[in-house]
Design a protein around this ligand. Structure first.
Ligand SMILES: [Zn+2]
Length: 109
């Protein structure tokens, strides 16, 4: 193989690798577009002491379902009390505006 062909071959394999990476990134971005700002969350409540916590929704769970997770306070199996879609967007906006407020406050005390 001559040097020129070797160079062309290297360039081709390099560009196809870059293309594959770019396509993978685009596919990932497109697939995540609908889910990026929101996620399904469930609220678990302890029927004994009322302790509640949130966790990522586990497929198959429903409201009233006794999950395989025990209350960290009293050890009783927890029950799904709520399932909802949580949007991550407002939190990000809130953090951003709060940071900006702080900066403005810093500038004008
Ligand atoms: Zn409890």
């Amino acid at each position: 193989m001559s040097d020129a062909w070797l160079l062309i071959y290297m360039l081709l394999s390099l560009s196809s690798a870059a293309l594959a990476v770019a396509v993978a990134a685009i596919v990932k971005a497109m697939r995540g577009a609908g889910e990026a700002g929101e996620r399904v969350v469930e609220e678990l409540r302890c029927p004994s002491c009322g302790y509640s916590m949130r966790r990522r929704f586990v497929e198959g769970d429903y409201v009233g379902h006794v999950v395989d997770f025990r209350c960290p306070r009293c050890g009783v199996s927890m029950v799904v009390s709520r399932i909802y879609v949580e949007s991550a967007e407002p939190l990000r906006v809130k953090l951003f505006t709060r940071r900006r407020e702080r900066r403005e406050k810093h500038l004008n005390p």
